[in-house]
Write a protein that binds this ligand. Structure first.
Ligand code: UDP
Ligand code: MN
Length: 323
């Protein structure tokens, strides 16, 4: 009996070993990566071009040819530069706002950031920040006169005008390269799709804005590809019932209307956009973007005032930290 068992065991043993080895090999197959695949961004590709394989040293014909043709993509017409004018002022959340904004802008090809500080001089914080932001930028400053720093009065008028003046001066001698300007407040939220939409602006383009005017969104009403009115819950009588974040203007239009600026005199609260747009375009001329103004690609978000109730009156920490 014992010998029968033994002989059966020895007959089965090699099979058992084979099964164990096969199972082992199977589990050693590379498992799918834990980290998700990098997000493919068309913007990143436009910026630096796709990552191409390095050329091989040896003449490996087939491969070489393939790489060669990939390394020289067909020449593309130059993208219009997007100029983003951002007024900004010193406050506890300033660096956080600018960080979010730079993280967005860094993903947009051919963007020039015009950052205008509401201050008598350029601050160290913003200068340092911009130097490290890795973005083509211009750093301007102009203080808002004290008499205009009151609730209910329009904000950032002088700063937006300083941005416009810089653009006009920069392009005064040369024939304007294709460009698009928009006003990017430092606290809003911008989807990357928005930049694709605004880049094709011929004169003045418009789109919906989320979380604004006491509603979930405001938008231009479009019929047969033309703006015919406004969906808004606030002062519907405005000639252009649109937020600052809801339009872009071509550089050409800015240059051919050299006097168009944001006005203090006679401008009522909430009328800044209308007062400006009236000087450069008409409602009939507007170019609706974002699928005939049916998609929200920008949000008029506002950052909560931070609670600094426990902040000591005098500096207590052993180090000085920029926040
Ligand atoms: N801003 C400024 N100086 C001020 C107040 C605001 O430069 O005294 C800037 C601010 O950083 C933002 C833009 O102007 O980029 C609009 O201001 P805010 O977001 O406070 O206005 P709202 O969201 O109420 O339109
Ligand atoms: Mn805001």
């Amino acid at each position: 009996m014992k010998s029968v068992l033994f002989s059966r065991f020895f007959i089965l043993l090699p099979w058992i070993l084979i099964v164990i080895i096969m199972l082992d090999v199977d589990t050693r197959r590379p498992s799918p990566p834990l980290t998700p695949r990098p997000y493919f961004s068309p913007y990143a590709a436009a910026r630096g071009g796709p990552r191409l394989p390095l050329r091989r040293a040896g003449p490996v014909r087939g491969v070489e040819k393939l790489n060669e043709s990939r390394q020289q993509p067909p020449p593309q017409p130059q993208l219009p530069t997007i100029y983003a004018i951002t007024p900004t002022y010193s406050r506890p959340v300033q660096k956080a706002e600018l960080t979010r904004l730079a993280n967005t802008f860094r993903q947009v090809a051919q963007l020039h950031w015009i950052l205008v500080e509401d201050a008598a001089a350029r601050s160290e914080l913003v200068s340092r920040f911009l130097a490290r932001a890795g973005l083509p930028s211009t750093h301007l400053h102009v203080p808002t006169p004290r008499r205009y720093k009151r609730p209910g009065l329009p904000r950032a008028t002088e700063q937006r005008n300083a941005g416009l003046a810089w653009l006009r001066q920069r392009h005064q001698h040369q024939r304007a390269q294709p460009g698009v300007l928009f006003f990017a407040d430092d606290d809003n939220t911008y989807s990357l799709e928005l930049f694709q939409e605004m880049r094709t602006t011929r004169k003045v383009s418009v789109w919906p804005v989320g979380l604004v005017g006491g509603r979930r969104y405001e938008r231009p009403l479009v019929e047969n590809g033309k703006v015919v009115g406004w969906y808004t819950g606030w002062r519907a009588d405005r000639p252009f019932a649109i937020d600052m974040a809801g339009f872009a203007v071509s550089l050409q239009v800015i240059l051919s209307n050299p006097k168009a600026v944001f006005k203090r005199r006679g401008s009522q609260p909430g009328m800044q956009e209308s007062d400006f747009l009236k000087q450069i375009t008409t409602v009939e001329e507007l170019e609706p973007k974002a699928n005939n103004c049916t998609k929200v690609l920008v949000w008029h978000t506002r950052t909560e005032k931070v609670n600094l109730a426990n902040e000591p009156k005098y500096h207590l920490d052993t180090v000085k930290i920029e926040v």
